[in-house]
Design a protein around this ligand. Structure first.
Ligand SMILES: O=P(O)(O)OC[C@H]1O[C@H](O[C@H]2O[C@H](CO)[C@@H](O)[C@H](O)[C@H]2O)[C@H](O)[C@@H](O)[C@@H]1O
Length: 375
């Protein structure tokens, strides 16, 4: 978020809201084991024990993980090409292209401050087999840089913050790594410069030793599976299935479950051919979005128009927050119909780039019009 005077704020209020949500929807977690340990920085972290820790039902759970991964990144389209396109057209009636409805979007933002939130993998960079090679193009970088000139801009990624920064390489942005559990303000263009105050939020610090331990355990457990890769994202871990023969997916997911059974304070989410392991604290990309809006002074403001663009299941947490706030909107990047809380869609990263470029052109034009109307 560039050229913004951003206060370092305490995320307690957002966490409090998150606790309310999780307690009222506690079919998955047991609130009985909730306890508030102290976390560096004075943040409250809530540890919730998973109800299911394996044993009976384990096989069903592993099957559900694998199905959920398949749904996130379809590998087989069973229907005929005609019905595929019909399904897509019907889905797009409810989630129209953000390029085709561009004017509608800018009209809705009239008089409000657009704040841009961008996921990384599958949104700014194309999905590739090797996670270490997921580079973004120079053109995309230029588009993001331009957007950040006009609108506060944040990258919100499941990746470790340092790693996503090494891909994006723009110091004027906000970065929320580890699914929002590691938020840092811009190194360049920020107005607060005392010490390391730009480090805004790390609500899962106490989990670092546990995450390292599980990383080693997963490396050991999965080393016999050809193509499996475990990625350390600092406050969370990813187990990659993309290069594993699909016949072995269930066995690999079972290996993950066996490790995870030893760590009831960790939970698992599914993404695009990836299982993601993270602390049970209720802190996700949606909380990160709220935290950043609050830090920018838009906690209770009607003058903000957040736009969140993402392609994966974890981005749904942010889409839901926008729907609940009734502000701005989410854009899902997908070529396939998917269940989503996003309002609009884009098919692939090049369309994301085109959308960002259009937004910059529109903003430049309206600034010029303002100048002309004053003369
Ligand atoms: O929140 P994101 O920035 O979208 O991060 C989610 C995961 O993205 C990466 O994995 C995905 O992209 C890889 C590179 O294209 C691909 O090989 C993998 O199959 C995808 O799931 C990242 O490597 C993971 O750690 C993130 O959890």
């Amino acid at each position: 978020m560039t050229n913004q005077n951003v206060a370092v704020s305490d995320p307690k209020s957002a966490i409090g809201m998150a606790i309310d949500v999780i307690v009222s929807n506690s079919s998955f977690f047991s609130p009985a084991v909730r306890k508030p340990p102290t976390v560096p920085g004075g943040y409250i972290t809530i540890c919730l024990k998973k109800l299911e820790t394996g044993g009976a039902g384990g096989a069903g759970r592993v099957g559900a993980w694998v199905d959920s991964m398949r749904a996130s990144s379809p590998t087989h389209i069973k229907s005929t090409p005609l019905s595929d396109s019909e399904a897509l057209s019907s889905w797009m009636l409810h989630h129209p292209s953000a390029l085709r409805t561009f004017e509608q979007i800018t009209n809705a933002s009239e008089g409000k401050q657009i704040v841009m939130f961008l996921d990384y993998d599958g949104t700014l960079s194309p999905i590739v087999e090797d996670p270490d090679q997921a580079f973004m193009s120079k053109e995309m970088r230029a588009a993001v840089k331009d957007v950040a000139r006009y609108f506060p801009t944040a990258i919100v990624s499941g990746r470790c913050r340092d790693k996503v920064y090494r891909f994006v390489k723009l110091s004027e942005l906000y970065y929320a790594g580890s699914h929002g559990m590691d938020i840092k303000g811009p190194a360049k263009g920020r107005k607060y410069k005392k010490g390391d105050q730009s480090l805004l939020c790390q609500p899962a610090s106490e989990f670092l030793p546990m995450i390292d331990e599980v990383y080693k355990a997963l490396l050991e457990k999965t080393k016999s599976t050809p193509g499996a890769k475990v990625e350390n994202n600092k406050f969370c871990l990813s187990v990659h299935f993309r290069c594993v023969d699909e016949q072995r997916w269930t066995a690999l997911a079972e290996q993950v479950r066996l490790v995870l059974n030893q760590y009831p304070k960790l939970r698992l989410t599914q993404g695009r051919k990836v299982l993601e392991i993270r602390p049970t604290i209720k802190w996700d990309k949606g909380n990160a979005l709220e935290f950043l809006l609050e830090s920018l002074g838009y906690a209770n403001s009607n003058d903000v128009f957040p736009i969140y663009i993402g392609d994966d299941r974890t981005d749904e947490d942010a889409f839901k927050v926008l729907r609940n706030r009734g502000q701005g909107f989410g854009i899902l990047v997908s070529k396939f119909p998917k269940e989503t809380s996003a309002s609009y869609s884009l098919q692939e990263p090049t369309e994301v780039m085109n959308f960002l470029q259009l937004l910059v052109e529109w903003k430049r034009r309206s600034l010029q019009d303002d100048i002309l109307s004053r003369d």
